[in-house]
Write a protein that binds this ligand. Structure first.
Ligand code: CTP
Ligand code: MG
Length: 231
């Protein structure tokens, strides 16, 4: 069933990570950017998109911060407990979608600079195999030899960075994630679970400001991007 104007669209937000690489005193999604927690920016932009029916957020079992967010009691927001890996958190959130025909737009909590124009572009993808926002690789790519040197150069043609959101039929994605988990496959994005099933999701070129906040330096960049979007 393709995505059509009447398809119910859920946004799924994995937000159960601990932010190890950020190394802050709390999970990175609760660090403040331009006066509001990162997760608050992300949830608000999804809740404010006219096409999104509900937002499901997966939280860590020990989360002591979510209840303080402005969006915590939003009537179209549902919270579930996440899992050990990102893919587990997504799978558990998908399990809360009751309609078998629904579509899911999975978006990292740690990408608060996503713009509505990129969501619209993704929703306009052609075909039935899902789609992801992505960015073509710009730099020359090297495969390391494991000893601090270069083994060889990897051709850059047709290489893309996978971003989020990633858009799939909710039930098919949930089944694919379940099978990947049973097979012990390492799944770092939704598309890779679908690729295991023989799907060829569309690549939709996204804006370069949709960064994933990973390291402390990313906070300054995200601050600039958010400020320029608000201007
Ligand atoms: N995530 C999740 N459940 C997990 C792990 C990650 O929901 N078990 C979420 C994170 O909260 C984040 C997104 O997946 O919004 C992308 O993951 P990443 O950037 O790796 O965040 P963390 O896992 O928190 O960071 P790190 O890997 O540095 O610990
Ligand atoms: Mg992680």
């Amino acid at each position: 069933m393709p995505l059509n104007p009447t398809s119910l669209l859920y946004a799924v937000v994995p937000a159960a990570g601990v932010g190890k690489r950020m190394g802050a005193n709390r999970p990175k999604q609760y660090l403040t950017l331009n006066g509001r927690p990162i997760l608050s920016h992300t949830l608000a932009l999804l809740l404010n998109h006219p096409r999104i029916h509900r937002v499901i957020v997966a939280l860590g079992p020990e989360d002591g911060y979510f209840a303080d967010l402005e969006e915590a009691n939003h009537p179209r927001l549902l919270r579930v407990e996440g899992g050990a890996e990102r893919a587990d958190s997504v799978r558990l959130a998908l399990a809360a979608i009751p309609e078998p025909e629904a579509w899911a737009l999975v978006h990292d909590a740690a990408r608060p600079c996503l713009s509505h124009s990129d969501i619209d572009k993704l929703l306009a993808f052609p075909g039935e195999q899902g789609a992801i926002l992505a960015a073509p690789v710009r730099d020359t790519m090297k495969r390391a030899n494991g000893e601090g040197g270069i083994d060889h150069t990897v051709a850059r043609e047709r290489l893309w960075h996978a971003l989020t959101p990633q858009l799939f039929p909710a039930q098919a994605l949930r089944d694919a994630l379940t099978r990947a988990e049973q097979a012990g496959a390492v799944i770092t994005d939704e598309a890779s679970a679908m690729e295991r099933e023989g799907w060829h999701p569309a690549l939709v070129a996204g804006r370069p400001d949709n960064i994933k906040i990973t390291h402390p330096d990313d906070l300054r960049l995200a601050q600039l991007f958010l400020a320029s979007q608000e201007a």
